[in-house]
Design a protein around this ligand. Structure first.
Ligand code: ADQ
Length: 493
């Protein structure tokens, strides 16, 4: 899903769907299977691209070229039904290393999350970033017509919009959604090629962020580092080199109905095999964390708060279990390896400090949870702890709320997440680095009277269902239509 490593908007590598056999066969007769993602951006986009008979352009690896139907790496999807075209861009190992594990995830990811000390600006990475952006832009230009809408996803494509703008008809609409935070000008000054990135992004007719503060910071950066651009703060537009870009905030939601249904399903609700495997007492109060193993997600800070909670509340020893599911991510990057080592050693240390023969305070797993297990755990967890230091939005918090069908769980939510802007007033707010207060909020959550938990959860559920993935898609496409019409009228409001 969006910035998740495995997908990049691609097709068959979603990890949460069951494999479905389709009619398709490879040239040598093997069946082609399609994994259908049950949630997230990929699942939301799929029907839209199908309906519009569109083209999905994605990075794909060489191993998947068994289904290539023509000499331009195009595949009909789903196999046998030909609802849309998947155009794969084959990237060499060197390109992936420099473009994806290099400039995208060693520069842009840490920088946009404010971790300037983790930025690694290696030679050639930016050149590869430009080259790969060019390859995508060329593929778009081959497919786009005057009436097309081009919709780019995320920080892997900051340069492509301007390249596309310069090579497609004027009336083609170019839009992008940036799924991670946008940094302050003070942070952005550390960005190598920062000006080129701004120029690239201003090739879009529409640029979406999750929340207002990223929009404001983007406009601040343009004003400071691209003085030739005309910034209209009120209308939230920037005009630069003949293109007017509208910048909007649309917080992304989740497929709430699906999480709700899956959590009600008996097979999801039954998490007993996981409890058996880790010898968790089913009577215990359960705290839960679910994240990619990423330094932005605040996992060590969360473990420190659990430790402080146990220090201050001996009564809870043996009665409270914290389950942390952390899927390894971007493990080619040393910072991620070191972070994983830190998390694992902290879990071990805390467990050996407090654990007894029949109780481990922290159960830690790096297994990717199936959708059924995930929804079952969400439903079972008494307290969900979402503590990123910084996070563009955070879908896990919303998935938890959507799957809390019994209405009796509590959400601890970091003020560093975009989700805090929409859910913060009915969650328990935490500052992940204030360990004492974080531990006190954890204590407040596990001791909260049932009626208060239910009333908070009720409000949270209304918000998550009102602003779900469908709402987000619709809002984005309403904006796309609007800028398309504006463009034809000559840019008026
Ligand atoms: P991520 O940083 O990946 O997304 P998040 O929004 O929480 O963060 O989405 C993670 C997704 O992966 C969720 O759907 C979650 O269920 C799944 N997931 C995570 N860990 C898992 C595990 N251990 N087992 C199974 N599933 C797991 C980026 C940005 C976010 C932004 C999204 C969407 O960093 O800020 O919310 O894109 O724009």
């Amino acid at each position: 899903e969006s910035t998740d490593d495995s997908s990049a908007g691609s097709d068959a590598d979603s990890s949460d769907g069951g494999a479905e056999d389709s009619d398709g066969r490879t040239d040598d007769g093997r069946a082609i299977t399609v994994d259908e993602p049950t949630g997230g951006l990929t699942a939301g986009l799929d029907p839209i691209v199908q309906e519009s008979d569109g083209t999905w352009i994605a990075w794909g690896d060489g191993e998947a070229d068994f289904a290539v139907t023509d000499d331009r790496n195009r595949v009909a999807v789903p196999p046998g039904e030909d609802a849309y075209t998947l155009r794969r861009i084959d990237l060499s190992e060197e390109a992936v290393e420099s473009y994806y594990y290099g400039f995208s995830n060693r520069v842009l990811w840490p920088l946009c999350h404010g971790f300037t000390d983790l930025v690694e600006n290696r030679s050639n990475d930016f050149e590869w970033y430009r080259t790969v952006n060019e390859r995508f832009a060329d593929a778009v230009a081959e497919n786009a017509t005057a009436d097309s809408t081009v919709w780019l996803q995320d920080y892997h494509f900051a340069l492509a919009p301007r390249m596309i703008r310069d090579s497609v008809p004027q009336s083609t609409t170019v839009a992008q959604f940036w799924h991670i935070p946008w940094p302050t000008p003070g942070t952005f000054q550390h960005c190598p090629a920062g000006r080129a990135l701004l120029e690239g992004l201003l090739g879009n007719d529409l640029l979406g962020f999750h929340v207002d503060r990223y929009v404001d910071r983007f406009l601040d950066c343009v004003r400071q580092y691209l003085p030739a651009a005309q910034v209209d703060r009120e209308r939230r537009t920037v005009t630069y080199e003949g293109t007017t870009t509208r910048i909007v905030a649309t917080p992304m939601g989740v497929n709430a109905g699906t999480y709700d249904e899956d959590a009600r399903d008996r097979s999801s609700a039954d998490v007993s095999s996981l409890f058996d495997r880790y010898e968790i007492d089913p009577e215990n109060v359960i705290g839960l964390g679910v994240d990619r193993l990423d330094y932005s997600k605040g996992i060590p800070e969360r473990l420190a708060a659990v430790e402080r909670f146990l220090e201050c509340n001996p009564d809870w020893h043996g009665e409270f279990t914290f389950i942390q599911s952390a899927t390894p991510s971007r493990t080619e990057i040393e910072t991620y390896q070191r972070h994983g080592d830190l998390v694992r050693s902290e879990v071990e240390r805390i467990n050996s400090r407090f654990g007894t023969d029949d109780w481990q305070p922290i159960v830690y797993t790096e297994d990717y949870l199936s959708n059924a297990t995930l929804c079952g755990l969400y439903r079972r967890a008494d307290v969900m702890v979402v503590s990123p230091l910084v996070d563009g939005m955070n879908l896990v918090a919303q998935e938890y709320v959507a799957a809390s069908v019994d209405g009796d769980g509590s959400l601890l939510l970091s003020e560093g997440t975009g989700a805090h802007e929409t859910l913060g007033s009915h969650a328990l707010t935490i500052d992940p680095i204030d360990t004492d207060d974080f531990a006190a909020q954890l204590e407040a959550a596990v001791s909260m009277p049932a009626h208060e938990r239910q009333s908070r959860m009720n409000t949270l559920r209304n918000r998550v269902f009102d602003r779900d993935l469908e709402w987000w898609m619709k809002t984005q496409f309403d904006w796309i239509r609007r800028v398309h019409t504006d463009g034809r009228r000559g840019g008026s409001d």
